[in-house]
Design a protein. Sequence first.
Length: 150
Amino acid sequence: MNIRTPVFADYDRVMELLIEMANYNELSELQNPKYNDRYIRNLITDCLQTGVVLVGEHKDKIEGVIIGAVFPNIWMHDVKWLREIAFWVSESARHSELGVNLILEFNKRGEDLIEKKHIDNFVITSMEKLPVDYTKFGYQKLETNYSWSK
């Protein structure tokens, strides 16, 4: 098992994992996304430069990804947070330690960005379908998001 920063050759696999994640979500507007490759590649590259992008290998194949982007607080633009925008582990690696290792490395990278004064804090989200107890990793619950449905 290996956790590392992806290289450009990994982008196609990262996009496959993002599609898996979108299809697992219950929101119909996210199902079977047709990604604009250039847009997604630019987004991944931007997150590599300013945030955190990690892939996790399980049995010599990339089976997990976590991506964190840096955003200013909407009310205080000088307060910057690293927000996890994607976290996915494929079904074949779901009961391994891959997800835990991705979170632990994300935490290390977030702490490093705080130490370097690039961000003020970092946050992670959880899909209701895949409840993870992030308090085990040092997080505290701040908010719950709801999606409107008919």
